[in-house]
Design a protein around this ligand. Structure first.
Ligand code: GL9
Length: 813
């Protein structure tokens, strides 16, 4: 595609004329900018041809609405997808520059919290790779997820400033600015024909400035865009104040408008109910819909009849669900369609993905708040609900209990709008993200909706892009695989199954495990650099990386680590393979117990790592500031993947897929996608433990008593009591007591104690299996081999077939 010398020239040119420096003065950051600019030239060329092709073919497209896109770094990815990585590597070597140092200069684009945001990023990669017309719509946060520092064992949040020194990929598009309204009141008018008309007189107007991030498909054929909206005050509304000499007041209004896209809410699976968050949601949904409609009208004028043929909007959770009444408002108030026609279009346009069953994550907005911020939308929501209640009455005549349950409006206590119900009613398809999760969505969350709309609720199991999560992050293993089975597996991940045939082959086992060993050495060096802790790369690398949440049960892992510590103190000859427990996790800033768990991990780590009686056998490492680029370094080095959520709580998980793909063996519960991973790899190649969803439900309904487990198991009692002492927190007795209390006095809501014994047994089985190196190698190989199902290409294919109904559109090179 591009020859080494041409590439060199392009980089030098950008060093000179874009960055105003030269080869002798440039630091790594300048090289990063120059290399990115050189790649961006190609990206933009492909972007232009893609957009032209899509326009000429008037393609149907999916519009992925998501409050979060956790993109990570783009330079390496874009080079990989253009097939230019090796070229760039040698070109830079010849210029005396290290590509890997240059890549380290790129800040992560951390515009997401966790799985939900990273899923969006994997999906847009797959969409572009599969030549599907798609656009991602989200928010151009000035500050992404906070940077985590660890001080005296505790988490400190620092602002993330990913664009402080400019972002080489984004393009501002002032020509496509949109304006949206907020606040104000609704006037009811009567037209000449006596028909009621509604006019919203907004109290304030905000501009949305679009920034486009090109999304390069693997192979570089299609380049789609991720369009992120930045809020800006609309000059128009400040004008009066300004003229009255209120220069300073006008600036205050600017600040208010600009606050909307200032910062990503750092809550994972909790709904804060904050006004600014609702405004963020409306802001990006409304800007995006206007953008879609502008594009549609360019091709179809005022003929709305083909809108739903051309446009499908996927709602990534309920965060953009306000788009449903917004489209109704545009169709009814602005385009003057009658309600039924508008509703027919709207309900053919939207589809909704549910990502969690946790009650605290199901969004509800106070009616009062909507009345104030979006006075016309609340009227429309009432109208949607009124008509829907008639449907419910027809199906279940006189059943007020069902009505109360299905109503969009929750009447008990302060009146609330249930965004989940609105999303189900306003969409033509609703999906969960793994088989078990989708089953629970049908059975527990929305059972009546499933009866009312048979077939609307469905499943699309999550997936991850194998380009970033194997090819790019694990080059040694990728090369070995390509040598054995050819190099088209990144596009057809099922082909990995071909290495199953080599799982017993000694030579292949050696090659595979040697690569794992190298990756462990690389991570060991990184751990030393980041934390000062020396770990033995011959030890088992046992990794738990994910947001910190009680339901994910990092504290179950921790209790087991404490138990091992105790066993080693009591019996120095206690037989176990040396093991390094590695954690990465951010806690929501307001989630006190999650922060205590981080503190506990760090304090227990300090103690163990400095206790020469045990630190040949166990070490504990907490890597600060877990993020996409750190995950890329950790995942290739994992022997063991910890996926230990309470059954029924983790909707899918996607880290589980990435780790297994890189040859880590899972220790996990029958939860989320673990179940499907177990089906693929077979029960011999995974360590399953713990209560099933049914068993958990049974335990809870007969009255779960954590104290029973505490008194029954003396080791468990001892480690829990240990938390009350000052052994791990010298001079601060009781600093970890709240953690113990959560599992006893607090009722142990995530049944940590109920799964403890079974977890310990699974760990013993794991330790034994690792002792048999041929057996372990086989397990690791089969984990990689059997991950074909979990490519996000398969997820996207499922969406296309079941929901989006898109045709690929190839872009000529
Ligand atoms: C999540 C689920 O908890 C995960 O199990 C799932 O894999 C992802 C993607 O479908 O979605 N739902 C959710 O709210 N988060 C998830 O990770 N949290 C955030 O990332 C905000």
């Amino acid at each position: 595609m591009l020859d080494k010398n041409v590439f060199k020239q392009a980089v030098i040119k950008h060093l000179h004329s874009t960055l105003g420096t030269d080869e002798n003065k440039a630091d790594n950051h300048a090289w990063f900018k120059a290399v990115s600019a050189a790649i961006q030239e190609l990206v933009l060329e492909r972007l232009r041809s893609t957009q032209k092709t899509h326009y000429l073919n008037d393609t149907r497209a999916v519009h992925y609405f998501s409050a979060e896109f956790l993109m990570g770094r783009l330079l390496s990815n874009n080079m990989q997808n253009f097939g230019l990585f090796e070229t760039a590597d040698t070109a830079l070597q010849e210029l005396g520059v290290s590509l890997s140092d240059v890549l380290e200069e790129e800040p992560d684009m951390a515009l997401g919290n966790g799985g939900l945001g990273r899923l969006a990023a994997c999906f847009i990669d797959s969409l572009a790779t599969m030549d599907l017309p798609a656009i991602g719509y989200g928010i151009h946060y000035e500050h992404g997820l906070f940077r985590q520092e660890i001080k005296n064992g505790g988490q400190i949040e620092r602002p993330d400033s990913w664009r402080d020194y400019g972002n080489p990929w984004e393009i501002c598009r002032p020509e496509s600015i949109q304006e949206i309204s907020l606040y104000g009141y609704v006037e009811t008018k009567y037209g000449d024909d006596g028909k009621i008309q509604k006019e919203w007189h907004p109290g304030s107007i905000v501009q949305g400035v679009p920034w486009d991030i090109p999304v390069v498909g693997y192979g570089g054929g299609t380049v789609n865009v991720l369009r992120l909206w930045q809020s800006k005050s609309s000059g128009y509304f400040n004008w009066d104040v300004f003229n009255a000499g209120g220069y300073v007041d006008a600036q205050r209004e600017n600040i208010q408008a600009e606050t909307i896209s200032k910062v990503l809410y750092p809550n994972d699976e909790t709904e804060a109910g904050k006004e600014l968050r609702l405004i963020q949601q409306y802001f990006f949904s409304a800007c995006s819909l206007k953008d879609i409609i502008r594009r549609y009208k360019r091709a179809h004028g005022d003929d709305w009849s083909r809108f739903a043929e051309q446009v499908v909007v996927q709602l990534n959770d309920t965060h953009p669900a306000i788009a449903i009444p917004e489209l109704m408002r545009i169709l009814v108030d602005r385009a003057e369609l009658d309600w039924d026609s508008a509703w027919a279009i709207s309900t053919k346009t939207f589809a909704y993905t549910n990502h969690t069953l946790l009650p605290e994550a199901l969004e509800k907005w106070p009616v009062r708040m909507l009345e104030k911020i979006l006075p016309r939308h609340i009227e429309i929501i009432y109208e949607i609900n009124h008509r829907f209640m008639q449907e419910v009455e027809n199906k279940w005549p006189g059943d007020n209990k069902i009505k109360a349950k299905l109503s969009i409006i929750e009447e008990a206590g302060e009146k609330m709008v249930r965004m989940g119900n609105l999303s189900v009613i306003g969409s033509f398809a609703v999906n969960g993200v793994a088989e078990i999760h989708s089953k629970l969505v049908k059975q527990n969350l929305f059972p009546e909706f499933d009866q009312l709309y048979p077939g609307k609720l469905t499943n699309v199991t999550n997936g991850v892009t194998p380009r970033r999560w194997l090819k790019a992050c694990n080059p040694l293993l990728s090369d070995l695989i390509s040598k054995k089975i050819g190099s088209d597996w990144p596009l057809q991940l099922d082909k990995l199954d071909a290495i199953s045939a080599l799982a017993d082959n000694k030579t292949f086992q050696n090659q595979f495990m040697k690569i794992k060993q190298k990756n462990k050495q690389i991570l060991a060096d990184e751990i030393l650099k980041l934390t000062g802790i020396k770990v033995d790369p011959k030890a088992i690398f046992d990794i738990q990386i994910k947001r910190l949440h009680e339901y994910k049960r990092q504290h179950l892992n921790l209790l087991h680590i404490m138990a091992l510590y105790r066993r080693l103190l009591e019996d120095p000859n206690y037989d176990m393979h040396p093991r390094v427990f590695i954690f990465g996790a951010k806690a929501a800033p307001g989630y006190t117990l999650a922060k205590t768990i981080i503190y506990a991990i760090n304090k227990i780590a300090d103690k163990i790592n400095n206790d020469s009686r045990v630190n040949k056998k166990i070490k504990v490492v907490f890597l600060p500031n877990y993020r996409v680029s750190l995950a890329e370094k950790m995942i290739p080095a994992a022997d063991v993947s910890q996926q230990i959520s309470t059954a029924g709580k983790e909707a899918s998980g996607t880290g589980n897929m990435k780790l297994a793909l890189n040859g880590a063996v899972t220790i996990g519960t029958l939860d989320g996608a673990n179940i499907e991973i177990a089906e693929e790899v077979g029960e011999d190649n995974i360590f399953i433990f713990g209560n099933t969803v049914e068993e958990i439900t049974a335990l809870q309904s007969k009255g779960y008593k954590p104290y029973d487990y505490y008194y029954k198991n003396s080791e468990l009692k001892a480690v829990l009591d240990w938390l009350d002492s000052d052994y791990f927190t010298p001079g601060r007795p009781g600093a970890l007591s709240s953690l113990k209390d959560s599992m006893l006095k607090g009722g142990d809501p995530y049944l940590v104690l109920a799964d403890y014994d079974s977890y310990c047994e699974a760990n013993i089985a794991l330790d034994e299996a690792y002792g048999d190196s041929a057996k372990w190698a086989k397990m690791a190989i089969l984990n990689t081999a059997k991950m074909g199902k979990f490519t996000s290409d398969r997820s996207v294919k499922d969406y296309v077939e079941r929901i989006w109904k898109l045709d690929p559109c190839t872009v000529d090179k």
